[in-house]
Design a protein around this ligand. Sequence first.
Ligand code: 5AD
Ligand code: SF4
Length: 476
Amino acid sequence: MNKAENTKILPGEIEKQREIIKRLRRWNDSQYHYSQRRRLALVVTYGCQQNESDSEHIRGILGEAGFDFCDSAADANLIIYNTCAVREGAEQRVFGNLGALKHEKQKRPGLIIGICGCMVQQEHITKQIKQKYKHVDIIFGTHTLYRLPQLLWEAVSERRMAVSVGHTGGMIAEDLPVRREGGVKACVSVMYGCNNFCSYCVVPYVRGAERSRKPDDILKELRQIAEEGYKEVMLLGQNVNSYGKDLGGAADFSDLLGLAAEVEGIERIRFMTSHPKDFNDKLIKTMACCPKICSQLHLPVQAGSDKVLRDMNRGYTRADYLEKISKVRSMMPEMAVTSDIIVGFPTETAEDFEQTLSLLQEVRFDSVYSFIYSKRTGTVAESLAPVLADKVVHANFDRLLAVQNQISKEINDSYLGKVYEVLVEGESKKDPSTLTGRTSSGKIVNFTGAPDMAGKTVSVKITAAQTWSLFGEVQQ
Ligand code: 5AD
Ligand code: SF4
């Protein structure tokens, strides 16, 4: 059998879940009939864009099952935490929230509490929840999101903890309901999982091996969102440069970008995340040739020292990385480049850290997401003893922020007085009297304008620059 045909969850299984959604809908409708108020759901998301995207599917399922949505735990009849396992801090916050809900559940026994995502894909965490957080009703992992209807039904009809954290043998659930926000930009997953096993990272363990969606399924979704009026798409994967390797040569990521660019109505395409080891010339050329692909590249480098990169199992050297950046910039000088950096990897010495700082100065990233190393159960780096004291690592982290903030501000200053095409996303959340949008390079631009500009691309002259955003005036 063609490998590509072997990767979908059996349609019969999805159909079964759809039937349960209808049952949940009838249950919710009867409640509505009785109280004239719909049950409310709160979905809280931690972590990356992939989790945000999974939450859109969770909301899609819950919406079809007859729930409305709210922003506060106190109003909610159903609370789902979609969790992240990449760093310990996010896990602790979830445990804190779960602990706080114990009391709420005693007051309101009808409250349903669910926990899902990467955290519960770790055996020791699921065990801890089952033992210490018995007020949790539903636990499901990243592989079994499609079974949420069944688990929810078990939890409400049988009043017992419903758990599904198994793997699905690399299969993909297509055609799940989805509920997106905003109406201008949408995220679409092109692949799931990661095969890289960077020595610090838990993702390959919790999200499993790489598996790509078929190009036809992705294109169908892209046409759908274009029909709904979305103008921009972010193609998502832990390592998009590996896209298609499991599809028997049907298409690689560059081919997929080419196909996506043909979808009428989609005006802008972004993607993340690229891995420097697999980021190749074909992709650089595709980006340079296709006007719909935005001038933004997120290329996590993680560290500036070859020794640390080797210990991280990243598969490239500092020189390899710099060469790829200079190729990108020679073909696309306007490209905004962003990155991820880990500070305090166990084998990182003071000199290694200086090399990370010098790399920042050399590359001059537009912005950087920096993280203090967090030890993760089951990873190779777990057993490594740290060279630097915690205090030094925190001081290094602050130094890195200061260096990068200055570079980010200088780059933003270079936008002053120039005119850029900005796709308007809508009113700014912070200040509803302003509109907000982005340049092709991903810079946030705030400006005054009419709310009906949302979804349109307008020319904006930049009048002020801050470290994280720009301000401007619409050009008539
Ligand atoms: N500790 C700190 N940061 C990490 N990341 C991944 N694993 C860890 C960890 N154990 C960071 C990497 C990655 C980003 C998504 O999260 O920089 O690119
Ligand atoms: Fe984690 Fe490395 Fe995979 Fe990224 S490429 S998800 S850092 S293992």
